[in-house]
Design a protein around this ligand. Structure first.
Ligand code: NAI
Ligand code: MG
Length: 498
């Protein structure tokens, strides 16, 4: 530790009034499931937080039935204007309970409180505000003459941004007029259940949103349920593939947001200080548990040594530890399984010949931790250059020309995001144009805005979330031609142009 040590500055847990046990949220009420329970723990010290219901096939069935009833009787008939009012109300309640949600998220997930407080929760509110504004404008948005919701959406989300992924899924689905059954990840169910309380506070009609906690089997039951019209998933490419197989040929609509292996490209004319901050933010934000993380640094050969030196200096100042401490930069790894995966892949990195550097920091006795790590001399064929590590681990590769940078950036089975650092606008535009990535950031990284579409190419999945594009995922495709039952002359103009 340096001469300027920080005193501990923990955010109080006093704001949380947690229950010992949480049921499933079905038809507007918390109910006991029929599948038993599991414990959600804090990854920072492995202490239990609460008992959580494990949703069974029968529970999923009850939730889907509630969603169907709510769609037929209430939500599907409600005007967009009224749906929007509920979404605005939810957004405001999220803001009112922001501190509580941030503390719960950091406790259950392990992410630093400054991230849950300043990034996750404000974006959750922003997402609901944004889509609230769309609810009454669907008819005027170029979404077809008579945009219609799918009906019941089954949504499965991961553990890296538990509440934010809930917002990305729920807000557009509800704005478009769908009802929902949502399954949170098994290691991070807590904020979704607090959110269910917010839905009760908002007086959202029963059954419009149902939350069924559980693990992979609960998710699989939701995906194959015959009365689910639309499936939306964020998570691993392996599970995404399985979901695509399950829904193939069923008529269900599906969107998949899967993994990534983003290139963060730094040219020799880049503003280096900003680029260093961008590299750090790109891969060490949220412990690197980010699908669009800048996990491959492509740095121009002439500035490689300077960038790596300055990066190591900067990383040595990051503070790892208690997620609830306001000074913490690097929180806990979300689970023992994920820590094991990071350890395995970094060991392979060393075996394959890359050079490992790890920031010096004290690792707490309990909990799951991994110090910021940088691999140099990485080759495109190494597993740490190809596979998603999903941890605080950066792989550094070099290039000499823009063409080489583009070729290396695109040499990946994924295509979710990328970053470019350069002083030259023309170069940024020329390179961005050739990158096969859904989002390309220029002289910044990991910026999110509800109005901006997000999604991938290739094994990163299909469909877009966010913006007007994000609504289309929750609406039936525009009808091509009217059925020829009524003579043309007797139809309204709206029907004819549909
Ligand atoms: P996962 O894909 O197994 O879990 C994501 C969600 O899917 C969870 O809610 C889980 O319960 C559910 N699920 C699991 N199996 C399912 C099935 N057969 N049918 C329906 N739902 C199912 O991801 P996991 O195991 O937590 O992480 C493994 C790796 O996946 C990570 O190391 C990371 O590389 C990647 N990952 C990527 C994410 C992203 O945002 N793109 C998020 C989480 C993980
Ligand atoms: Mg899994």
């Amino acid at each position: 530790m340096g001469f300027l040590d920080y005193a501990p500055a923990p955010e109080s847990r006093g704001i949380l009034t947690l229950k010992d046990a949480y049921g499933l949220f079905i038809d507007g009420e918390f109910v006991d499931g029929t599948g038993g329970t599991f414990t959600t723990i804090s990854p920072a010290d492995e202490s239990p937080i609460a008992e959580i219901a494990l949703g069974s096939d029968a529970d999923v069935d009850a939730a889907v039935a509630a969603a169907r009833r709510a769609h037929t009787k209430v939500w599907g008939k409600m005007s967009g204007r009224d749906r929007g009012k509920y979404l605005f109300r939810i957004a405001r309640l999220v803001q009112e309970r922001a501190r509580e949600l941030a503390v719960a998220e950091s406790l259950d997930n392990g992410k630093p409180i400054k991230e849950s407080r300043d990034v996750d929760v404000p974006l959750v509110a922003a997402w609901f505000f944004y889509y609230a504004g769309w609810a009454d404008k669907l008819d005027y948005a170029g979404l077809g003459a008579d945009p219609r919701a799918h009906g019941v959406a089954g949504q499965i989300i991961p553990w890296n941004f538990p509440l934010l992924m809930l917002a990305w899924k729920l807000a557009p689905a509800l704005a478009a007029g769908n009802t929902v059954v949502l399954k949170p990840a098994e290691t991070t169910p807590l904020t979704a259940l607090i959110f269910a309380e917010i839905l009760q506070q908002a007086d959202l009609p029963a059954g419009v949103v149902n939350i069924v906690t559980g693990a992979g089997a609960t998710g699989a039951a939701l995906v194959r349920h015959p009365d689910v019209d639309k499936v939306a998933f964020t998570g691993s490419t392996a599970v995404g593939r399985e979901i695509a197989r399950t829904v193939a040929g069923t008529g269900k609509s599906v969107t998949l947001e899967l993994g990534g292996k983003a290139a963060n490209i730094v040219f020799d004319d880049a503003p280096i200080d900003q680029a260093i901050e961008g590299i750090v933010n790109g891969i060490f934000f949220n412990q690197g548990h980010v699908c669009c993380a800048g996990s491959r640094l492509l740095v121009q050969e002439s500035i490689h040594d300077e960038v790596i030196d300055r990066l190591k200096t900067r990383l040595s100042t990051l503070r790892l530890g208690d997620p609830l401490d306001k000074n913490t930069d690097i929180g806990a790894i979300n689970s023992a399984e994920q820590l094991e995966r990071i350890r395995m892949l970094t060991a392979v990195g060393e075996q394959e010949g890359a050079q490992r550097w790890t920031a010096e920091c004290a690792i707490p006795d309990k909990g799951f931790w991994f110090a910021p790590t940088v691999f140099t001399r990485v080759e495109a064929s190494h597993r740490i250059a190809r596979e998603e590590v999903f941890g605080p681990v950066l792989s550094v590769l070099t290039f000499r020309t823009p063409a080489e940078a583009i070729a290396k950036a695109n040499n990946t089975p994924y295509g979710l995001s990328a970053g470019i650092w350069s002083d030259k606008g023309s170069r940024i535009l020329a390179v961005a144009d050739k990158l096969r990535a859904g989002v390309v950031w220029a002289n910044t990284f990991n910026r999110f805005d509800p109005s901006s579409p997000f999604g991938g190419y290739k094994e990163s999945g299909y469909g877009r979330e966010g913006g007007r594009h994000g609504l289309t995922a929750y609406l039936k495709p525009a009808l091509a031609a009217p059925k020829a039952a009524t003579p043309i002359a007797r139809r309204t103009r709206k029907e004819v142009t549909r």
